[in-house]
Design a protein around this ligand. Sequence first.
Ligand code: GLV
Ligand code: GLV
Length: 329
Amino acid sequence: MASRVFVTREIPGTGLQMIGQHFDVSVWPHERPPTSEEIVSAAQGCEGLVTLLSDNIDSGVIDALPRLRAISQYAVGYDNIDVEYATKRGIIVTNTPGVLTETTADLAWALLLAASRRVVEADRYVRAGEWRVAWGPTLLLGRDVYGATLGIVGMGRIGFAVGRRATGFNMRVLYTSRSDTKITRRAENELGAKRVDLDTLLRESDFVSLHVPLTPRTRHLIGKRELGLMKPTAVLVNTSRGAVVDERELARALSERRIRAAGLDVFEREPIPLDSPLLGLDNVVIVPHIGSASVETRSKMAQICAENLIAALSGQRPKYAVNPEVFER
Ligand code: GLV
Ligand code: GLV
């Protein structure tokens, strides 16, 4: 009998079809995400799960699914999954890195440019009927991106792709990284990027873009003290995970103009609560976690997600296991 697989949301492209050719699949039919209880009840008897970053797959969910052998995450980040516990239980966890690198870097740049040149604010201004003088010498002045200093926090795949775009803007690129990797070496050699500590990066950058995964170490990495180190003219861009930033402190810094602006794709709570102080501020551009949201990338992610799951449940090593140590024993 074919293994059973539960998919927690309709995903685009041919991924679901591929999974369906191998397994007995059921898909959560609603647009709203299932709760943990709903996942457990819908996935009873399943050996495979396809999850989204909004699904909380903790040890309770894992324990409630005793047949589970593979969790295929439809995302690059996987902080919503208790990977350590899954590993203990011998469950393979996979993700979809690589394909969304350039797409997410594009969005980081869209936010950076929009925040710096006040694009969204300007659009609101026009639509509100406030554009009454044809051309104003001081109307909606932003600041130059070209020639400025970009600080990349976390020089992984996405950080590098953001840095590569900066060369076209003739920017000086600073970065932080915990380790020396092929990517950090390429950043130095190909982009002329300079590695500094976080405090130096915050002090010297005109634009700070976050590209670290969310871990206990990076939770609130950017808090009151760090915001205080940034230039009053600086812009913060976050396309990583909301909780990398202390959002309350960010809202304060923005409203008191201790930093100039922010461009945010991710939030501590998603969807962002409608009473969030960020929503009342002009100097922040807010989009709803759409970093990887292009037709091409979302369908490639679905394909990789399917390939990962099919390999894992067929006893092969999937291309993108986040806990390959499960195979070492
Ligand atoms: C998106 O945030 C992802 O992790 O893929
Ligand atoms: C702006 O439109 C200019 O011509 O300076």
